[in-house]
Design a protein around this ligand. Structure first.
Ligand SMILES: Nc1ncnc2c1ncn2[C@@H]1O[C@H](COP(=O)(O)OP(=O)(O)OP(=O)(O)O)[C@@H](O)[C@H]1O
Ligand SMILES: [Mg+2]
Length: 249
């Protein structure tokens, strides 16, 4: 598998300028005039009430959706201008997404779900399998590798979604409520895994309703309401960028 290039820490990786997203005429914008810069290596938590535009913001950064107005830049790519083909390629190469609602493929096993992004990206399949084995171990899913998603618990599905997001070692990881469906212990494990990845240089944007999670796993906390950024502050109690010891990028 090709190794992804990770931008040097501190370089601006994501930049949104004047970004507004409206779904349909007349409705209040889901995202309203947002300016945002995220540097490579940051771990950013996005918090805010239901309906405040958090998932929409992630979708705009992931090129799952395009802004109504404004620009979205990720690395050298103008994400807001991409057509579907370019967007799919961009996501395969640079972005790992953990969706709020998993999006696993029900007719594929756990292992095949995890391997799918690696297959789409091309590259050596033995390397991808090795990486998948490592992730299955780390996420305590080994005994489930041949199961189908319908037979898994919510927490197991969430862990499969995480493994799938990490298989290509993306420079940018976007996680939408990654601990929403799991108990405290699994939530801790997921948090620790995200922290490990971030400490090896991966940029993390984490949407969460959980202030404790934000405080522990993010170096910066952004609050949104009604599609706007209401506050944006460094979190002194958050991760410091110490070397991680878990999954190697
Ligand atoms: N595909 C869509 N079509 C129409 N409206 C949408 C669509 N997606 C989101 N919206 C609307 O945009 C607003 C923001 O939604 P979004 O999903 O970004 O909120 P959120 O902050 O992620 O909420 P939650 O915490 O409940 O996940 C909401 O009013 C929602 O109804
Ligand atoms: Mg959401």
């Amino acid at each position: 598998m090709r190794r992804q290039s990770v931008p040097a820490t501190g370089v601006e990786l994501i930049r949104l300028d004047g970004v507004t997203k409206r779904y349909g005429n007349g409705a209040a914008p889901a995202v309203a005039d947002v300016d945002l810069a995220v540097h490579a290596g940051e771990a950013v938590a996005i918090m805010g009430p239901s309906g405040s535009g958090k998932s929409t913001l992630l979708n705009l950064i992931a090129a799952m959706d395009r802004p109504t107005t404004g620009t979205v830049q990720v690395g050298r790519d103008r994400v807001d201008k991409m057509n579907e083909t370019a967007a799919a390629k961009y996501r395969r190469r640079q972005v790992g997404m953990i969706f709020q609602f998993f999006n696993l493929l029900d007719d594929m096993t756990v292992m095949d779900n995890i391997l799918l992004p690696a297959q789409l990206a091309g590259g050596r399949s033995d390397a991808a399998r090795q990486r998948a084995d490592q992730l299955l171990d780390r996420l305590r899913l080994n005994h489930r590798r041949d199961a189908y998603p319908a037979r898994l618990s919510g927490g197991e599905r969430q862990r499969v979604a995480i493994a799938r997001a990490l298989i290509n070692r993306p420079a940018l990881l976007l996680a939408d409520e990654p601990t929403g469906a799991v108990d405290t212990r699994a939530g801790e494990e997921i948090g620790a895994l995200l922290l490990d990845l971030n400490s090896t240089g991966q940029t993390l944007i984490l949407v969460t309703h959980n202030p404790e999670l934000a405080a522990r796993y993010a170096s910066r906390v952004i609050s949104v309401a009604d599609g706007r950024i209401r506050s944006d502050s460094a979190n002194p109690a958050g991760p410091t960028g110490a070397p991680g010891m878990g999954v190697q990028r």
